[in-house]
Design a protein around this ligand. Structure first.
Ligand SMILES: Cc1cc2nc3c(=O)[nH]c(=O)nc-3n(C[C@H](O)[C@H](O)[C@H](O)COP(=O)(O)O)c2cc1C
Length: 384
C-alpha cells in the first residue's frame, strides 16, 4: 500500500473511456533521441516501455506535426508512414505494460529556423501569427549558432489547422489513446493567444476571443478525429519561456476566455502549468513571465474537463492537492527523467535518489546509439 502521504495519487481515475491506474503522469519531455532521422526508434521504445510499467498516463515528448527547423534536430515527427510505424511499436509496448499514451502535437511557429535542414526541406517559411521575433534561442547545429528569426505572418491560418488534423489522423493510426495539444511554452498555439506575439487585425487577433480562435479551432479538429474525451491541452498562462507574457489583467482575461470555451468542447483535460522560476528568462533586467496562481484562477472554469497540473510538484504536494479536490491528477517532468520507475518509487516509499545528468538531457547531435542511451535508458529502477 502507498504511504498515507501520497495515497490519493494511487486512486484510479476515469479519463473518458480510459481507466488510469494512478494519477502520476508523465509530462512531455523532449529528449532529442530519434537519431539519425525524426523516426521513433528502438531506443525510444525502450525509454517509454520502462516508464509505462508504473505511469498512469504518458504524454510523449513533443511530436512535430510537419517538418520544421527545431532547435532539437532529433525530435520525432508524425507526418510520414515510417514515423507512424515507429510510434505504433511504442504505443503497443505501453499498452502491454497497462499504461496509456497521448501524443503531444507540436508546431513551433516562430521558434523554428529557416536554415535548419528540415525547414529547408519543408519549402515553407517559418510561419507565426505575426512577424515578431522571439528573443533568445540558439541553433547550435547551424554555423554561427543563430537565435530566433522574424517569422512570416501566415495569411491563412487554416493551412495550419489542416496540418494538426492530419497529425491527429496519423496519431490515431499509430495507436495513441489520444492527443495533447501543445498550447504552452511559447509555441504556435501560445503565440496566437499572446498579444505580444499576435498583433493581427483580422479575425485571428485583437480581442481575447480572436486570439483564442486558433487554439479552439485546433481542438475542434482534434476532437473530430479522436472523439470526445480523448484530447487534452497543456497551457502555461504565466508565460516567460520563449518570450511569452502579457500584463496580468490581460493574461487572466485571455486564459479565462480560452479555458471556458475549450471546456465546452468536451475535451478530456486541461493541464495548467504553474509558474516555474527557472523557465522564466530575464529580459531588460526583469523576469518576462506573469506570475499568478493558475489553479485558483482557472480551475473553477472547468466544468467538464479534468483539472491536471504540472510544474515543480512533489509527490506529497500533489497528493494533498488531489485529496483537497484542487486537481485530479499531476504531471511530473524532471522526476521521470532520472527515475524510470518514478510512480512505483512514490507508491513503495522508495527514495528519488538517482543523480540527474544534465549533460545528457537533450542527447548529442551526432552520436552513436550507445551514446544516445546515456542519461536516457540507463537510469536504474529501485529494488522492490
Ligand atoms: C528536458 C526537458 C524537455 C522538455 N520537453 C518538453 C516538451 O517537449 N513539451 C512540453 O510541453 N514541455 C516540455 N518540457 C517541460 C516539462 O514537460 C514540464 O512542464 C516542466 O519540466 C515542469 O515540470 P516538472 O517541474 O515536473 O519538471 C521539458 C522539460 C525538460 C526538462
Amino acid at each position: 500500500m502507498a504511504p498515507a502521504t501520497v495515497a490519493s495519487l494511487f486512486e484510479p481515475i476515469q479519463l473518458g473511456p480510459l481507466t488510469l491506474r494512478n494519477r502520476v503522469f508523465i509530462s512531455a519531455l523532449t529528449r532529442n533521441r530519434s537519431v539519425p532521422t525524426n523516426i521513433p526508434n528502438a531506443v525510444n521504445l525502450e525509454y517509454y516501455q520502462q516508464r509505462a510499467k508504473s505511469a498512469g498516463l504518458i504524454i510523449t515528448e513533443a511530436v512535430l506535426i510537419t517538418p520544421q527547423g527545431s532547435e532539437w534536430p532529433h525530435a520525432p515527427g508524425i507526418w510520414s508512414k515510417e514515423q507512424v510505424a515507429g510510434w505504433r511499436k511504442i504505443t503497443d509496448a505501453v499498452h502491454k505494460e497497462g499504461s496509456f499514451i497521448f501524443a503531444q502535437l507540436w508546431h513551433l511557429g516562430r521558434i523554428s529556423h529557416p536554415d535548419a535542414p528540415e525547414q529547408k526541406a519543408a519549402g515553407v517559411p517559418v510561419y507565426a501569427p505575426s512577424a515578431i521575433a522571439a528573443r533568445g534561442g540558439k541553433f547550435r547545429f547551424i554555423p554561427g549558432e543563430p537565435g530566433y528569426v522574424t517569422p512570416t505572418a501566415i495569411d491563412d491560418p487554416t493551412i495550419l489547422l489542416d496540418l494538426f488534423e492530419k497529425a491527429a489522423v496519423n496519431a490515431k493510426e499509430a495507436g495513441f489513446d489520444g492527443v495533447e495539444l501543445h498550447g504552452a511554452n511559447g509555441y504556435l498555439v501560445h503565440q496566437f493567444l499572446d498579444s505580444s506575439s499576435n498583433t493581427r487585425t483580422d479575425s485571428w487577433g485583437g480581442s481575447a476571443a480572436s486570439r483564442s480562435k486558433f487554439g479552439l479551432l485546433v481542438l475542434e479538429r482534434l476532437n473530430k478525429v479522436f472523439g470526445k474525451d480523448r484530447v487534452g491541452i497543456k497551457l502555461s498562462p504565466t508565460g516567460g519561456y520563449n518570450d511569452m507574457g502579457m500584463p496580468l489583467e490581460e493574461t487572466i482575461e485571455t486564459f479565462t476566455h480560452f479555458i471556458t470555451e475549450a471546456d465546452k468542447l468536451g475535451i478530456a483535460y486541461i493541464d495548467l502549468v504553474r509558474y516555474v522560476d527557472q523557465l522564466d528568462p530575464v529580459f531588460d533586467g526583469k523576469k518576462r513571465g506573469t506570475k499568478h496562481d493558475v489553479i485558483s484562477t482557472y480551475a473553477h472554469l472547468m466544468k467538464n474537463a479534468k483539472v491536471f497540473s504540472n510544474g515543480g510538484w512533489t509527490g506529497e504536494e500533489a497528493a494533498a492537492a488531489v485529496k483537497d479536490g484542487k486537481v485530479q491528477g499531476v504531471f511530473f517532468g524532471m522526476g521521470w527523467i532520472n527515475h524510470p520507475d518514478f510512480a512505483a518509487r512514490l507508491e513503495h516509499g522508495k527514495p528519488l535518489d538517482n543523480p540527474l545528468d544534465y549533460t545528457t538531457l537533450y542527447g548529442k547531435y551526432y552520436a552513436s546509439e550507445e551514446e544516445q542511451r546515456k542519461g536516457y535508458v540507463d537510469y536504474p529502477a529501485a529494488e522492490y
